[in-house]
Design a protein around this ligand. Sequence first.
Ligand SMILES: [Zn+2]
Length: 66
Amino acid sequence: MVLEQFKEDFMDYQMYKCTMCGYIYREEKGESRMDIAPGTLFDDLPENFKCPTCNQPKMAFELRKL
Ligand SMILES: [Zn+2]
C-alpha cells in the first residue's frame, strides 16, 4: 500500500540545520522557496543551494539527528 511505503520512507529522512540561523532543512518537505521538491535528499540539493533565511551555502549545514 502506498501510504505504508510513504511512512517507511518518511522514517529515513534526515534534517539538516543551518548553523548560522537555525533554519532546518527537512528532506521530506523540501523547500518550496528554493524550488526544492519534497523528498529531496540533502546530498541531492544543487551545489548553489543556500539557506532561504540567511543565504549560507550547504557547507554551513550540519546533520541534525531526530
Ligand atoms: Zn541559515
